[in-house]
Design a protein around this ligand. Structure first.
Ligand SMILES: Cc1cc2nc3c(=O)[nH]c(=O)nc-3n(C[C@H](O)[C@H](O)[C@H](O)COP(=O)(O)O)c2cc1C
Length: 206
């Protein structure tokens, strides 16, 4: 079967995208508006880019509900700061509750029962329940249209990585203790730990 995405309605192209690019890690992004009101939402179009500078990116799409930019993006455009909180299995249900598209100004921390913890280098708070936090300043923002189906790419420069002490072993993050989860297509998630296997990289140019 060969499918040209430009022959599809965007929701059908979207289904191909989430069915092809998986499992996806989840950036649980906390932001503030200009008055300091907090916002929290998950984004699975998320990846790292490079280590020096330490850059990460995620992609908020235009809201299909109202055709507007999502609150996370609006806040980042205004305040240029955000925190990526890594999602562990222990609070995946609560994380899901923050994905309800609330009115701007509604605090998803409160709605979903998360605890705010002061960040060290940015104004948006960390999610205390997360074991790893990436405090970011906006590095670059790219837009790919303004209609439902379109989206933006937020590139963040990591100012500070906060790792729960017991997870930081010999300069690495202990994946088992982190116990991250990944997003598949639709409502399906995957546990990272139960299904892992080892594959040594062959020698050669990096
Ligand atoms: C696990 C998960 C991953 C998500 N990933 C994305 C994503 O990559 N891009 C996106 O636009 N929305 C994504 N969403 C939906 C947003 O979280 C949702 O629209 C949210 O209400 C946006 O909040 P905001 O308006 O406060 O920014 C995801 C939802 C869940 C539950």
């Amino acid at each position: 079967m060969e499918i040209k995405p430009n022959t599809l309605e965007w929701p059908d192209a979207y289904k191909l995208l989430i069915g092809s690019v998986l499992p996806r890690p989840i950036a649980f992004v906390s932001t503030c508006d200009e008055d300091g009101n907090t916002n929290l939402a998950p984004f699975s179009f998320f990846t790292g880019i490079c280590a020096d500078p330490l850059l990460v990116c995620f992609a908020p799409m235009i809201s299909s509900a109202d055709g507007e930019k999502k609150d996370t993006l609006i806040n980042i455009e205004k305040t240029k700061e955000f925190v990526i909180n890594v999602v562990s299995e222990e609070f995946v249900q609560q994380m899901n509750d923050t994905a309800i598209e609330y009115e701007p100004g509604i605090d998803e921390f409160q709605e979903a029962g998360f605890t705010k913890q002061d960040s060290t280098t940015v104004r948006p708070p960390r999610v205390k329940e997360s074991k790893v936090h990436l405090e970011c300043e906006l590095h670059e923002l790219l837009h790919f249209g303004d209609q439902p189906g379109a989206g933006s790419l937020v590139i963040g420069k990591v100012r500070l990585v906060n790792v729960q002490d017991d997870l930081y072993v010999d300069g690495r993050i202990d994946t088992e203790k982190l116990n991250p989860i990944g997003r598949m297509a639709g409502p399906t998630y995957t546990k990272a730990i139960a299904k892992t296997f080892q594959l040594q990289r062959k020698q050669g140019k990096a």
